[in-house]
Design a protein around this ligand. Structure first.
Ligand code: COA
Length: 405
């Protein structure tokens, strides 16, 4: 090994550290308009760079997030901009960055790390497990009627992006507070990311639009979207592409989606990153016409098993003893009693045995222990333990992260 990993000490070093992933975006590195917003929300010291002499050949970052988990919130690392230049691939550069990053999370007291994976083959070996699924829909406008038509639960208006934050941020916060998988957004995040509309993020689409639903003198839902206009021999073929839409109550969600589905001069409405329990699946009269497809969503890694499992709630009284194998973070290795009365190491006989990736999968309530059992990702050492564990870990709300970070 003739290279070294260390945290960045300047914005210029961050620029160098993120250049490997930019390489895979087809760019040599981020320009000024790209690096400035990134470093507003990604602290310099949260970016690791790998140096080969005086050149950076790999980089990995971690947003300092507050992540919602069932029944609570926990400090978590949102892993991002991971890349290794093709000149240095498969020599252990990623592995050394993962080592340094997870050690740093542990030192900072972040008991969870999570991410969106570009490839599903990369992160399991570092202890990340698939923790949620997300749904993509593509709805022809003429097949988008609701099962039960209803009057709108308020008044929708278009808001300039520069005025949107005070209207949309409270809605996000109300939804994020009770939805596992969502993180608290700072004002900097709204300005630098969610409400920013630089050309390079449009990918050929139109301007970012913001619609806000108001009722009773306050905002209750919003949608960020782009119109990709198009016509073929006079017939509309364009789409309305939803970037993010949510309401703080079922009526508000129904109303903002009705707005999105009814915009004229578009042939269809497209959205992705929806949670598997998204209301749209049952709001529409023709669910098949959503043309929904599913892919893996968040990947979660428990950095500190005891602290992470203590930070969430459990749905019923009782507990289960789990034998955990964690080769990459051996401090988690061992037997844990997990339940509403607390989470602690124990010497009692284990009832379930699994790799730490399985804990990542069930942590947000997105996958069940029964699913893991059927896939042989967990061994049931005492009959009934899987059912008991599912009763404990159950979450009424599926995990949802509306944004790829
Ligand atoms: C994915 C990437 C970061 C891997 O970096 P790397 O330095 O080549 O990885 P390492 O050499 O440290 O590999 C560590 C292990 O992961 C495996 N691995 C790495 N990338 C893999 C991939 N894309 N698919 C399957 N396995 C992979 C290696 O084979 C190695 O396995 P081992 O532990 O059994 O020896 C690099 O290929 C890359 O930058 N890809 C494009 C950008 C990207 O996908 N980034 C991820 C963003 S979420």
């Amino acid at each position: 090994m003739d290279w070294k990993v260390r945290v960045c000490a300047s914005v210029e070093e961050v620029r160098a550290a993120v250049s490997p992933i930019w390489h895979y975006f087809g760019r040599t590195g981020p320009n000024e308009n790209q690096i400035a917003p990134l470093t507003r929300v990604l602290p310099t010291e949260r970016v690791h760079a790998v140096w080969d002499d005086d050149r950076v050949v790999g980089g990995a970052g971690a947003f300092p997030f507050t992540l919602t988990v069932p029944g609570g919130r926990v400090r978590a690392a949102g892993v991002t901009v991971v890349g290794v230049l093709p000149t240095h691939r498969r020599r252990g550069v990623l592995r050394s960055m993962m080592r340094a990053q997870l050690d740093a999370c542990r030192e900072r007291g972040e008991s969870v790390a999570y991410l969106w994976a570009t490839e599903d083959t990369i992160y399991g070996r570092f202890g990340y497990g698939v923790a949620s699924y997300s749904i993509e829909v593509d709805i022809p406008r003429e097949r988008s009627a609701y099962y039960t038509p209803a009057a709108s639960a308020g008044h929708t208006r278009l808001v300039p992006l520069g005025e949107a934050e005070p209207l949309v941020a409270p809605v996000w916060e109300r939804v994020a507070a009770v939805t596992p998988g969502m993180f608290a957004r700072s004002s900097a995040w709204w300005q630098a990311r969610a409400l920013a509309d630089p050309d390079w993020r449009r990918r050929g689409g139109g301007d970012l639009q913001c619609a806000v639903l108001e009722a009773g003198g306050r905002s209750t839902a919003y949608a960020l979207y782009r119109i990709n206009a198009g016509a073929d021999r006079g017939v509309q073929v364009g789409s309305l592409d939803v970037v993010e839409a949510m309401g703080d109550a079922p009526e508000a969600t129904r109303a903002i989606w009705r707005f999105l589905l009814d915009v004229d001069l578009t042939a269809r409405t497209r959205a992705s990153l929806l949670p598997v329990d998204h209301p749209l699946l049952l709001l529409v009269a023709e669910p098949r016409r959503l043309r929904a497809n599913v892919r893996d969503g968040l990947w979660v890694r428990l950095v500190d098993v005891g602290a992470a499992l203590s930070a969430r709630s459990y749905a019923v009284p009782g507990s289960v003893v789990i034998e955990v194998v964690d080769e990459f973070c051996p401090w988690n290795h061992g037997r844990w009693r997990v339940g509403a009365d607390g989470v602690a190491r124990t010497s009692e006989p284990p009832e379930l045995a699994c790799d730490v990736t399985a804990l990542g999968s069930v942590y947000l309530g997105g996958l069940t222990w029964a699913q893991l059992g059927k896939s042989l990702r967990v061994a049931e050492l005492r009959p009934g333990a899987l059912t008991r564990a599912d009763a404990l870990f159950r979450s009424a709300t599926a995990p949802w992260c509306p944004e790829i970070f």
